[in-house]
Design a protein. Structure first.
Lengths: 291, 269
């Protein structure tokens, strides 16, 4: 809930004292995130990291992705494999017909000090060793939590008008997008009054994550379930078959990883403690500034 | 304002400290995840999600809703065979040598009439043909055409006793992945399903695949098709069907070969 403006007790006292002599001062402390957004943010963050790592464990059981209802084993769209080379083994990643040597990370990586054939490396999977059954347990437990948490967030987002008020850019904000990109590239971020609203790049990124990537990753995940395919066969039609759904699931998850990397980088460079504090306590420091 | 920005950017040591802390925390949680994975209470807590999945899917699916069926053109040119593909058990090899002429399917346990059926007997019963997608727990899918006897046809002839809750499939193949080091005896594959799935029209015991007699790689002479669940539920080389009240007495007590090795009994997801 960005628009609500409050003065925290800690900040209020000195301001009241200064009123007599100085020009009026904007409240410095701003309640940037509502309680529900903060709680669902951290639950979502926990779910996402565990789903990602257990998902890579599941992917490792058959590290190849296809288009269509079934698997054309000879022609995967994306695959990660290990193959014999002149000296030992090589990790090879195939993307849409192009091969890349990814030894050390994908296909072949170090496990217990030894180069081992393994699609995603041990440090990126839950469990760290090969165990599909346990990976699935983690994955489905946190998938349920992610979906229930996401539902709470969606209901709140619509009911409290959080989506419309904070995430939907106004036409004026959209026109400002070029300037916002330049400001971001120069690592200059809004302070004071302007920091009360998400800037347009944030709005678009959050909209894409909330309304495109997360729904996509959940629905394609469900499409991989033979039970759900029986209950809602339309999902197979929408996503172009179970194997395409698995491919989209992987790509949507990759999109979320890219978002998280950029998100964390932005958190770091735009005032790391202020950002983290506001997502934990709700309070964001707008900085001292005369009106 | 700009100075304030710069002061944040200039705090590199802080950021490095933060990164190092985040990384070591990551390392801690990683090894923590491995520990949690092997802790029985945590494992069963994680597994509780599957009980929820089972209930929700049973509610959504009902008893009779059919899994999607495909057309002849969709049949996979190569249908991958997984698990046992060439059993070396002596009894099985003897039966295979004789084209399974001496093979019998036994139906026993909590039934009014025990049955012993030859392949000819099974072929004389009503049959169902279906082109369906086979989803392996590993992630791949193949499409095949299956012909066989609906399990319900067999069970209606054997007449299930009211106490019966599960159908257990005993198989002819030994599948030993070596993961049970404390188990010196070889274990023949086994699986189980509930009575709702047993009565489902697409739950068939298939003796034909893609219009030909079922081959050994895919489970000859008889395999289960359970189209609303994953491949490991669909026992191959079935020789005996047993009706039971509880799965507790079946090997590890989890209802199947892979279930006793950590996989979920309900595999609709």
């Amino acid at each position: 809930m960005l628009a609500r403006e409050m003065t925290s007790p800690a900040a209020a006292a000195p301001e009241r004292r200064s009123l007599a002599r100085d020009p009026p001062v904007e409240p410095r402390w701003f309640r940037r995130h509502s309680g529900l957004v903060r709680v669902t943010h951290w639950v979502n963050a926990l779910c996402f990291i565990l789903l990602l790592m257990s998902g890579l464990q599941i992917f490792n059981a058959h590290p190849a992705l296809y288009i269509g209802a079934q698997s054309d084993f000879e022609h995967p769209t994306i695959s990660i494999s290990a193959r014999r080379a002149d000296h030992g083994i090589k990790g090879e990643t195939m993307l849409f017909g192009h091969a890349f040597d990814t030894t050390g990370v994908l296909g072949v990586s170090t496990t217990d000090g030894q180069l081992t054939p393994r699609a995603f490396p041990s440090w990126s999977t839950i469990p760290s060793y090969q165990d599909l059954a346990t990976g699935r347990r983690w994955h489905f437990f946190f998938a349920w939590l992610l979906v229930l948490n996401g539902l709470a967030y969606f209901i709140f987002g619509f009911a409290s008008r959080h989506f419309r008020r904070d995430l939907l850019p106004s036409p004026a904000e959209l026109r400002h997008i070029g300037a916002d990109i330049i400001e971001h590239l120069r690592l200059r971020f809004p302070r004071g009054e302007a920091a009360k609203r998400y800037n347009v790049l944030q709005q678009l990124a959050y909209l894409a994550v909330v309304f495109v990537l997360f729904p996509l990753v959940v629905l394609t995940g469900l499409t991989m379930s033979p039970g759900i395919d029986t209950a809602v066969p339309q999902l197979l039609f929408v996503f172009g078959g179970r194997q395409t759904a698995r491919l989209i699931h992987f790509l949507a998850a990759s999109g979320l990883v890219i978002f998280v990397i950029v998100h964390l980088a932005m958190v770091l460079v735009s005032g790391v403690w202020n950002n983290i504090r506001s997502m934990i306590t709700g309070w964001y420091d707008l900085g001292k500034q005369p009106r | 304002m700009k100075m304030r920005d710069a002061s944040f950017i200039g705090k590199a040591p802080h950021r490095r400290g933060f990164l190092a802390a985040a990384l070591s925390l990551g390392g801690f949680t990683l090894s923590g995840c491995d520990r949690v994975s092997n802790e029985p209470h945590a494992r069963s807590l994680l597994g509780a999600a599957n009980a929820l999945t089972y209930r929700v899917q049973r509610f959504l699916l009902g008893a009779h809703r059919l899994a999607p069926e495909y057309g002849e053109a969709d049949i996979s040119p190569v249908f991958r065979a997984n698990g046992s593909t060439d059993p070396q058990d002596d009894e099985y090899l003897d039966l295979a040598d004789n084209d399974f002429a001496d093979w019998r399917l036994k139906v026993d346990g909590l039934v009014e009439h025990e049955l012993s059926l030859s392949l000819e007997d099974l072929r004389a019963l009503p049959s169902r043909t279906q082109i369906t997608r086979h989803d392996c727990v590993e992630g791949w899918s193949c499409i095949g055409k299956w012909t066989g006897v609906p399990l319900a046809e067999i069970l209606s002839r054997a007449v299930i006793k009211p106490q019966a809750r599960y159908v257990v499939f005993h198989c002819a193949d030994t599948l030993n992945d070596g993961s049970l080091s404390d188990d010196p005896e070889s274990i023949r594959y086994y699986e189980s399903i509930d009575l709702i799935d047993a009565a489902h029209p697409q739950t068939i015991l298939a003796y034909e695949m893609n219009g030909k007699t079922l081959d050994i790689a895919h489970g000859a002479p008889l395999r289960l098709r359970l189209e609303r669940q994953l491949g490991y539920k669909m026992a191959k080389y079935v020789t005996r069907i047993e009706l039971v009240r509880s799965l507790a007495g079946l090997h590890g007590g989890n209802g199947g070969y892979w279930e006793d090795r950590g996989y979920e009994w309900y595999a609709g997801i």
